[in-house]
Design a protein around this ligand. Structure first.
Ligand code: ZN
Length: 80
């Protein structure tokens, strides 16, 4: 039962997602994605809802999920 704390550490980290309006890279905390918050783009000041209209945020979150799976596999192999 160690996966939970690893996941919450990742949720506390930042990801970079392009603004859907101007494609400026915006740093978003993963926990904000999960909470479906809105962030303000620092470049064009458009409000980005993290409910994921174009799929980019979801893709980034999926990358994190895959990274967790890979890491879990590697850790599992290490202790075998
Ligand atoms: Zn923007």
């Amino acid at each position: 039962m160690t996966g939970g704390s690893l996941r919450s550490e990742l949720l506390d980290s930042d990801i970079e997602a392009p603004c859907p309006n101007c494609e400026y890279p915006v740093w978003i905390r993963l926990v904000e994605v999960v909470a479906h918050c809105a962030v303000l783009c620092p470049a064009c000041r458009c409000r980005i809802w993290l409910t994921d209209a174009d799929g980019s945020v979801q893709n980034a979150a999926t990358d994190i999920d895959n990274a967790v799976d890979d890491l879990t596999r590697q850790l599992g192999g290490m202790f075998r």
